[in-house]
Design a protein around this ligand. Structure first.
Ligand code: CMP
Length: 144
C-alpha cells in the first residue's frame, strides 16, 4: 500500500554536493516528497534517532559525525515507500552495496555512507514523528 518513509542525507552527502542528485533518484523512481528540510540535527535528536544502536561501539562516533554539519531530512511517500527507499539506498556497508544503488554508486565507507532510510514501518513512523511536526508534512492535494 501507500507508505511514508523517512530519509536523511548525512553531512558527507551535503559536503560532497550530492543533495540534488540523491533527491533526484527518489523523484525519478516516483516517490513523492511530502516533507523536506535542511538543518543541523541536535545531539538530543540524534540520540533519539539512533536509540536502537545505543551501547554499540560505533554509536558515539556516529552521533558526533551526523552532528558535524547540516543534513537534509525528508519524508517520501509512495507504494511500498519503505522497502523501495531501502532498495534505492543499498546496504549499510557501501563497499558491498551493488552498483545502481545510492551507496553502491557514491559511497565507500560504512560510517560515511551518505544517507539514512527507515528500515521498517515502526521506525518510519517513529522517525517521521521525531524529525517533522505534523504541519511540516505537505499533501499534494489542493485543499484550500
Ligand atoms: P544506517 O544503517 O543508516 O544507520 C546506522 C548507522 O551506523 C549506519 O548507517 C552507519 O552510518 C553506522 N554504522 C553501522 N555499523 C557501523 C560500523 N560497524 N562502523 C561504523 N559505523 C557503523
Amino acid at each position: 500500500g501507500i507508505e511514508r518513509t523517512f530519509v536523511m542525507i548525512k553531512p558527507d552527502g551535503v559536503q560532497r554536493g550530492l543533495v540534488g542528485s540523491i533527491i533526484s533518484r527518489f523523484e525519478q523512481k516516483g516517490l513523492k516528497l511530502v516533507g523536506l528540510k535542511f538543518m543541523h540535527a541536535s545531539e538530543c535528536l540524534l540520540r533519539q534517532h539512533y536509540a536502537e544502536h545505543e551501547g554499540r561501539p560505533f554509536f558515539e562516533p556516529l552521533v558526533k559525525y551526523v552532528q558535524s554539519g547540516p543534513v537534509v531530512a525528508m519524508v517520501l511517500e509512495g507504494p511500498d515507500a519503505i522497502k523501495v527507499g531501502r532498495l534505492l539506498i543499498g546496504t549499510t556497508d557501501p563497499s558491498k552495496s551493488p552498483p545502481g544503488t545510492i551507496r553502491g554508486d557514491l559511497a565507500l565507507q560504512t560510517r560515511k555512507n551518505l544517507i539514512h532510510g527507515s528500515d521498517s514501518s515502526e521506525s518510519a513512523q517513529r522517525e517521521i514523528e521525531l524529525w517533522f511536526g505534523q504541519r511540516e508534512l505537505v499533501g499534494w492535494e489542493k485543499d484550500s
